[in-house]
Write a protein that binds this ligand. Structure first.
Ligand code: PLP
Length: 405
């Protein structure tokens, strides 16, 4: 049976629904334990090392740190990124976080007629990507995510049926929100499809270093059809706003013009401080190792709290916990007792998150990640990255009864 591409309208709401926004605003109320945010643990932000790097950059480069700089980025950072990440310097551009790299990439790939803009995306998918895609008036071709990442065979079927996206956006490692990683077989097939049908794959991989159970993954092979986005936000500091795109040279040239038009360049001092930190290879390697150790123990603590509250077989209670091999999140899928839930009165993910918040714990409802708003997942996302570990038990106790209601 041919698969009907799930298309959303370009006139769909350009920003997250107000119900979800209100919920996330209230997550900051005093007394609420937040398992909602996707931010690094405050104690893992290396304040002292950055202090040294910032003053070191000022000592070494002087007034240059405070000057305008090239739109593609400071040569010292481009070289450091090329070495650490294994990219060609000629393909790199430094951006204000990977969010800006995504926005710039979408901007240069836009059709003159906005009605033609179509992006294949993971469903559920990273809310920040859905937001920028909608803000840029892309229609979304939503492709399901399973335990092996984006279901590339479903994308292939949509392409055979005539869908013609100009981009496909994926999180290859520890996807936000499900935690799933793309298999190398699917990564290769995705590139084969991109080359055959002429679309660009945008691989956004901010959690790549946070592989908690095995080696680093890199499932998508190089191609002229691939733009890789990376970020220092999860490993060093989101506040510095340092990310990058590694693109084939013709795309990199267009990104450079778009960056110049948008904000000229990324903050020079921040770039030089990050260059010196990456240049201190032993420190950087140890730091990333330390992050994995800390996030591994945070993940284990949240899983243990869930086990204490839900028992050792949450599936018996209709709760499936997604892949836990890396990143910041646990994705809890909640079985519907009414098939697809249509016409039922059981709470949807927003109602569950609202009830949990009233009980003092903030989580993100699965609906926030729905690329196809007509089929919101009955799921919630829990983050183990930043709340105090000592609060995990209380948070999960407050949450548990709402998951099985
Ligand atoms: C998948 C994904 N991409 C991008 C970002 C944003 O990264 P940056 O801070 O580099 O803009 C996030 C942050 O949560 C993310 O989860």
């Amino acid at each position: 049976m041919p698969i009907q591409p799930r298309l959303t309208d370009a006139s769909a709401p350009r920003f997250a629904s107000s119900a979800i926004r209100d919920l996330l605003d209230q997550a900051r109320q005093p007394g609420v334990i937040s398992l909602a945010g996707g931010l690094p643990a405050a104690e893992l932000l290396p304040v002292e090392r950055l202090d040294v790097a910032l003053s070191g950059a000022l000592d070494e480069y002087g007034a240059h740190c405070l000057q305008y700089g090239p739109s593609v980025g400071e040569p010292a950072l481009l070289e450091a990124l090329a070495l650490t990440e294994g990219h060609d310097v000629e393909g790199l551009i430094v951006t204000a976080g990977s969010q800006q790299a995504l926005d710039l990439t979408l901007s240069i790939l836009e059709h003159d007629d906005p009605l033609q803009n179509l992006a294949a995306v993971e469903n559920p998918g990273y809310v920040g990507a859905l937001q920028v895609l909608r803000a840029r008036r892309y229609r979304l071709l939503s492709i399901p995510v399973d335990a092996d990442g984006m279901a590339v065979d479903e994308l292939a079927a949509a392409l055979v049926s005539g869908a013609r996206p100009q981009v496909c956006y994926v999180n290859p490692s520890f996807q936000n929100p499900t935690g799933a990683s793309l298999t190398p077989e699917r990564g290769s097939e995705l590139i084969r499809l991109a080359e055959h049908y002429g679309f660009v794959v945008i691989s956004d991989d901010p959690y790549a270093e946070l592989h908690l159970d095995g080696p680093k993954r890199n499932p998508i092979p190089d191609s002229d059809r691939l733009v890789r986005l990376g970020s220092m936000s999860k490993t060093l500091s989101p506040g510095l706003r340092i990310g990058w795109a590694a693109a084939p040279p013709p795309i990199r040239s267009r990104l450079e013009l778009a960056k110049q038009a948008g904000d000229l360049h990324t903050a020079t001092l921040n770039q030089l401080a990050v260059a010196s930190i990456l240049g201190d290879q032993r420190w950087w390697t140890d730091h990333c190792h330390g992050l994995r150790t800390s996030y591994r123990s945070r993940r284990t603590a949240l899983l243990a709290a869930l086990e204490r509250a839900l028992g050792s077989d949450p599936q018996a209670k209709g709760i499936t916990i997604g892949d836990q091999a890396g990143g910041f999140f646990l994705w809890l899928s909640l079985e519907s007792k009414h098939g697809d839930g249509t016409g039922s009165t059981e709470p949807d993910s927003i109602e569950i998150a609202r009830a949990a918040l009233d009980n003092g714990v903030a989580v993100v409802p699965g609906s926030a990640f729905a690329a196809d708003p007509s089929t919101p997942p009955r799921a919630i996302r829990l983050s183990y990255s930043s709340a105090p570990v000592a609060d995990f038990d209380l948070a999960v106790t407050r949450l548990a009864s709402h998951l099985t209601a």
